[in-house]
Design a protein around this ligand. Sequence first.
Ligand code: GDP
Ligand code: ZN
Length: 312
Amino acid sequence: MKKGLIIKTTGSWHTVKEENGEIYDCKIRGKFRIKGIKTTNPIAVGDYVEFDIISNEKTGVITNIIGRKNYLIRKSVNLSKQGHIIAANIDTVFLIVTLKDPETTTLFIDRFLISAEAYRIPVIIVFNKIDIYDEHLLSQMKELINIYSDIGYKCYKISATQNINIDNLKDAMKGKVNVISGHSGVGKSTIINSLDKNLNLKIAKISDYHKKGKHTTAYSELFEFEFGGYVVDTPGIKAFGIIDMYKEEIFHFFPEIFKISKNCKYYNCTHTHEPECAVKKSVEDGIISSSRYINYLKILDEDWDEKYRKPF
Ligand code: GDP
Ligand code: ZN
């Protein structure tokens, strides 16, 4: 019996990397069921598995998945009642934001953060394109960094094209399984390129190929940086929606709101209209950021049937 990391899935075949670097192509034996979730794929990149090799060849059968610490999931394209696991055991999601060209709103950031909290995936917020910010945007960025780092989210300020602070990013990604997310145009491919030139070419080639094919949904891969560590690349990774979450529990995923909500008078306080609400008081006192609180109210007000509660 051997142990390894799934670095690529293409449908029924999984590429497994043993700790010593040996690569095997493996199939799954029998049916795996993962408790609590219905998914179209039982195994994803980032999974650690046990496998047996077949007759000295570089192929094998996967016999067991070792427990996951977290996973990224999205709605399956084919079967709407099921999810498709994009990647497992993610160390960090880097949310790339820009205040200009394009503008990333705090509502987008906060929606993203609550999904990540719900799935227990640590997020680092990366402000890119700092080279084109004027005084006004720089002070806006400073304010946002204050808000988010106070809550506990690490923030970086970089410029991928001017190569500013790219080494800090490299240090944070070294030896880890990383996901790079954010709106289209914020600089994700430019960032990967500045981290590792060869990798970007490889990713670009593969995504071109898969855009033409129809196997996009089954395909994902962990690309290895030359400095060590991986980045997940797969269609649909750019942003993940909020799924399978009840409206009443949404404040649990605003860490600073959740913490203070213990002091609300009513145990079922929604922090909207109730008297003696510790959350509202903290917003008034400037302890909780009003931008975060306003986004909380906006998210509560959104069409939940449409957007959030996608049961599977
Ligand atoms: P993606 O869609 O997130 O992968 O974004 P791209 O990497 O394709 O970048 C979109 C555009 O932003 C390109 O024209 C890049 O050259 C530009 N860009 C990326 N990073 C920076 C940066 O740090 N500063 C400036 N000024 N432009 C950048
Ligand atoms: Zn309250």
